[in-house]
Every structure is written in C-alpha cells, then in structure tokens.
Design a protein around this ligand. Structure first.
Ligand code: XBP
Ligand code: MG
Length: 277
C-alpha cells in the first residue's frame, strides 16, 4: 500500500477564485495604463484561460489583434513590461483584500499540517503572486507552510505540460504515487495526470460544466460546514455521486483508490508526456 505523504496545490482557481476578479482586473488596468485600448471582459477572459501564463496570454491576444506589432523585434520586451505592470496591479488587489480563499481551503491546509502531510504548490502564476496571496489570506507565515513552491517561469513548459509538477516532485524527493494534486482546470488536471499524479478536481467558476477527464474525484469544491461539496468520487464501482466535506481521511481513502499499476504509470511516462510538451 502506498501511503499519501504530500498534497500539491494549484493556486489560481483552486486556493482562491483569483482569475475573474483578480488577474483579469489587473490585466485590464495594465492595458489601460499602457493606452492599448484592450479590455478583457469576463467571458473573453474565460476563453483566454486556455492559454496558461500571463505573458503567454498577452502575446496570444496581441497576435490575434495586431499580428504585425506582435512580431516586431521589441514585442517580447513589451510583453514582459506589460506583464510586470499587471503583476504590480495584481499584488495591490490581493494586498487590499480583494481575494479570499475558497471554502474549506484554510481548514484542509491546517488539518493536513496537523496530520503530518507535507504541502507544496505547483502553479503557472508568478511566485510573488503566490506568496502575497498566502500572506494576505492566511498569514505572513503561510508561505513557509509549503516545503516547495513551484511557480511560473521555474519551468519552460507551463501547464498542461507536466513540467511544474515534475519540478515540485523532484524537490519533495517523493514519487508521484505518494502525492495527491488539487486542481481546478483542464490544463491543470492534464499537467498533474501527465506527471503521474492522482488529482482532486475542485472546479472553479471558469471550469464549471467544462468536460474535464482524468480526475480522481470531480467536485464543486472542498466543502465546509454546513455547506458540503458535491460531485463525483471514486468507489470500487467507479465514480459515483458524493456530497460532503473533503478532509484528510477522505483524501487518504480516495488516494488508495487511485488508478495505478505499471500500465497506467507507463502511459503517463511514455505516451502522454511528449504529447503535452
Ligand atoms: C493560472 C494561470 C496564471 C494566471 C495569471 O495559474 O494560468 O497564468 O492566470 O498569472 P494556476 P500570471 O496554475 O495557478 O491555475 O499572470 O502570473 O501568469
Ligand atoms: Mg488553476
């Protein structure tokens, strides 16, 4: 039996609903400062989330609206500057208390630490954003709760590539089989899956109703008392409807039911990983 030793958390959409009212607002403020006339509304931003990474998202949009300027020699530098301005706006929004943790996140983090589970983060967002979010929503000591924080440009290939999860597993010195990932989106689940991790999907506002395969359990959140989570959870007969509050015992039980064995592990390593790069 493989014992669950660590939880690896995604950030945006998983720890907090940061995208619609955090990152999106910060991008728009940076665009306004730069006089670009760009504005990402809630719906358009939802479509743009298919492109992970803020710099990559800006470049993708620029190529769509002004391909010639987006190919200019100074384009990459302009994207970096725009993204730095966006990050400054985002940090200000987080510091101001705009963003709060999703229900059950604080509860699970505190219980996991008390029960000896190691914690890590694997995210596409910028590391400064992670530290500020944890500080503003929990405490200045909260970033230290996580042994490893894998973020943004630490790797060349962002989610859905498995690279950031591989990076975190390497620094945890743990095999994927002894860990569980928590994610909110299709790129996130794909990245964790390709890294060989069983993944709990806690859908966010932007991923609700989206077809997402490969999760160990598929929920609308972690749940809290008296507001349980709802979704599908693993049983010996496959995924079945479930409602409740996700705690460490639940995670340990589900971790034991994860699909594993050489054939599935082999599929992660040989067939899917190259396709996701
Ligand atoms: C979600 C992302 C990030 C954020 C924006 O990250 O794709 O790019 O949307 O943050 P996660 P940056 O893996 O935590 O869901 O602008 O710093 O990239
Ligand atoms: Mg996410």
């Amino acid at each position: 039996m493989t014992v669950l030793k660590a939880l690896i958390f995604d950030v945006d959409g998983t720890l907090a609903e940061t995208e619609r009212d955090g990152h999106r607002i910060a991008f728009n403020r940076a665009f306004e400062d730069a006089g670009l006339g760009w504005h990402w509304n809630v719906e358009h931003y939802g479509a743009l989330l298919a492109v992970t990474g803020g710099k990559e998202r800006i470049a993708h949009h620029w190529h769509a609206v002004d391909p010639e300027a987006a190919r200019a020699p100074d384009a990459a530098a302009r994207v970096r500057a725009l993204h730095a301005a966006k990050t400054a706006h985002y940090l200000e929004l987080v510091r101001s208390g705009t963003v709060v943790l999703r229900p059950g996140v604080r509860r699970l983090l505190i219980e996991a630490r008390a029960r000896g589970l190691r914690l890590a983060i694997a995210t596409t967002t910028t590391e400064a954003n992670v530290r500020e979010l944890l500080t503003a929503t929990i405490s200045p000591l909260a970033p230290d709760w996580f042994e490893v924080i894998g973020a943004g440009d630490a790797v060349a290939h962002k989610k859905p590539a498995p690279d950031i999860y591989d990076w975190v597993l390497e620094r945890l010195h743990l095999p994927a089989a002894e860990c569980l990932a928590l994610e909110d989106s299709a790129p996130g689940v794909a990245a964790a899956w390709a890294a060989g991790l069983a993944t709990l999907l806690t859908r966010s506002v932007y991923s609700t109703g989206e077809p997402i395969a490969g999760a160990l359990a598929d929920l609308d959140g972690l749940g809290s008392h008296p507001h349980p989570a709802h979704g599908l959870a693993p049983t010996i007969d496959g995924l079945r409807p479930w409602r409740g509050v996700v705690d460490v015992n639940t995670l340990r039980q589900w971790h034991e039911m994860r699909p594993h064995g050489p054939s599935r592990q082999r599929q992660f390593q040989d067939e899917l990983r190259p396709a996701l790069r």
